[in-house]
Design a protein around this ligand. Structure first.
Ligand SMILES: NC(=O)c1ccc[n+]([C@@H]2O[C@H](COP(=O)([O-])OP(=O)(O)OC[C@H]3O[C@@H](n4cnc5c(N)ncnc54)[C@H](O)[C@@H]3O)[C@@H](O)[C@H]2O)c1
Length: 265
């Protein structure tokens, strides 16, 4: 099947983490034939590592730095991609994190953390999208894939404002799909279940890892809620993200796809 990536330029945010979804998505876009994959992260050194791997696969790549919560940095980053490649056909909004601890009752939560969480996951995604949109409109096509989260359907996890910020991503996806369809721009959202990356570092801060026996028991308990019997891997998220960015899905827009081994149905 031709995924239609020949000659396409993609921009992937959050592509610096060497064990995260963004890098895996960038590499798969290159493997599947994208001509150029620009990779950006708050951390330039990490972006450079990912860009080097994209180039090894034969694709062009540029490593960029931008904090997605800072409009000026985002605008400058998008301008660099346009200056270098002349267009952006595909945008994968991957950068994000959970910024608060789990199971904190509402009356003990701090407004600063709510604001930071919404700024990163929601407004950061909106800043990048807003900067890319005029270029996609001009060329009358574009595919945007946002990364949401299965936590929006997992009320028992108590992940609070993180889940709220990702629920907002679901709505943003649909709003954008509705608004931009007439301009040839599609927008979909991938909602991953838990996968061992760096995104939840704050959850573990100050907590020593449990002893192996306890960890294995907790893991076994958790896996009972996953019909496919395992947690996710970056490759599971990359494959569906790349398909949703491709021409194979050019009649699909405004959808939120749960990718969690059946944990969320
Ligand atoms: N891993 C999971 O269990 C899981 C589950 C559901 C959703 N997600 C979502 O997947 C996305 C990718 O996370 P991941 O799991 O690959 O984690 P990760 O931490 O491995 O990668 C996230 C990347 O985003 C970057 N980033 C963070 N803040 C940034 C900022 N302000 N500006 C630019 N870049 C920034 C980080 O530097 C990092 O490289 C996130 O949006 C996360 O919320 C992850």
């Amino acid at each position: 099947m031709d995924l239609g990536f020949k000659g396409k330029t993609a921009l992937v945010t959050g592509a610096g983490s060497q064990i995260g979804f963004g890098k895996e998505i960038a590499l798969l876009l290159a493997k599947e034939g994208c001509q150029a994959v620009a990779v950006t992260d708050i951390n330039l050194e990490d972006s450079k590592k990912t860009a080097a791997e994209v180039k090894k696969l034969g694709g062009k790549s540029t490593a960029l730095q931008a904090d997605i919560t800072k409009k000026a940095e985002v605008d400058a980053m998008v301008k660099k991609v346009i200056d270098e490649y002349g267009k952006i056909d595909i945008l994968c909004n991957v950068a994000g994190a959970i910024l608060h601890k789990d199971y904190v009752p509402l009356d003990e939560q701090k407004h600063e953390i709510w604001a930071k969480q919404m700024d990163l996951n929601l407004f950061g995604t909106m800043y990048v999208t807003r900067a890319v949109l005029p270029h996609m409109r001009k060329q009358k096509h574009g595919a945007i894939v946002n990364i949401g989260s299965g936590s929006t359907r997992q009320y028992a996890f108590g992940v609070g404002v993180y889940a709220i910020s990702k629920y907002a991503i679901d709505l943003f996806t649909k709003q954008l799909a509705y608004q931009e369809g007439k301009n040839g721009i599609r927008c979909n959202c991938i909602a991953p279940g838990p996968a061992p990356t760096n995104f939840g570092a704050v959850l573990r801060e100050g907590m020593p890892p449990p002893p192996p026996e306890q960890y294995n028991k907790m893991r076994e308990e958790m896996l009972k809620a996953f019909p496919l019997g395992r947690l996710g891997k970056p490759a599971d998220i990359a494959s569906i993200t790349v398909i949703m960015a491709s021409e194979a899905t050019n009649y699909i827009t405004g959808q939120v796809i749960q990718v969690s081994g059946g944990n969320v149905m």
